[in-house]
Design a protein. Structure first.
Length: 241
């Protein structure tokens, strides 16, 4: 379909990260922030992502390993592809700032609209644009989302229909975990981020309160000078949608 684990990039910028081999990758525990520190952290981590992003991850779930997840963005649009170990795509998700997010089931040969990351990975109901910012070393906040200091020095981020609490670490500023905030006080999903290179996480673990989990390990990250998105398959709407 053109969007496989092999990302077809043209010229890549000089910034290329291979997290597996990085030396001195920063992790660290979250810290409590005062208002001045919060302002500095938000200014650093809430900036737009510079340029387009192409990232490749190893993907593990509770009953399966050896899969790959690829993320490719061009402007406000993007593609997220999950592939089997030998390269055949299992699913393709496409999103844009203004249009709906579409999930393409490659096995069933059909498509449906989805709302968030839970529809794609089965864990963590974070919208795709916000999730991609998190992968790119930024706060998971788009224009219009609220960012403010929460209890115990944690950072609260709220969007339409979702809210999370974050912990940050410094030197450099980076997100080290976030947890879903539920108004009923119940347990929600949680994301732990570690093995950072600068603010970019090299390992991500998503957990649901029911025990489901997904782990991502960054294999390569590039910022292409020129990039294009593959054409989408002409699948019909999935039955029952």
């Amino acid at each position: 379909m053109g969007c496989r684990t092999r990302l077809r990039l043209r010229r890549a910028s000089a910034i290329a990260l291979c997290v597996v081999a990085c030396v001195g990758c920063a992790t660290g525990r979250g810290i409590e922030l005062d208002s001045d520190e919060l302002a500095v952290a938000v200014a650093q981590l809430n900036r737009p992502i510079t340029g387009d992003m192409a990232a490749l991850y190893d993907l593990r779930v509770a009953r399966s390993g050896g899969m790959r997840l690829a993320v490719l963005t061009v402007g406000d649009e993007g593609r997220m592809t999950i592939s089997e170990p030998f390269g055949s795509a299992v699913s393709l998700t496409a999103w844009s700032a203004l249009g709906p997010t579409i999930f393409f089931d490659m096995d069933e040969g059909c498509r449906r609209e989805v709302d968030d990351l839970e529809e794609v990975l089965g864990v963590g109901s974070l919208p795709l644009n916000q999730a991609v910012r998190l992968l790119g070393g930024r706060l998971p906040a788009m224009p219009g989302d609220e960012v403010e200091l929460g209890d115990g020095g944690r950072l609260d981020v709220r969007g339409v229909g979702w809210a999370v609490e974050l912990r940050l670490a410094s030197d450099p500023w980076r997100v080290v975990d976030l947890a879903e905030h539920r108004t009923n006080g119940g347990a929600g999903w949680r994301v732990e981020l570690s093995s950072h290179t600068s603010s970019v996480p090299g390992r991500i673990r998503l957990e649901n309160p029911d025990g489901r989990w997904v782990e991502l390990e960054l294999k390569r990250l590039e910022w292409p000078e020129e990039a294009s998105l593959p054409a989408l398959p002409g699948f019909p709407v999935c039955p029952g949608w």
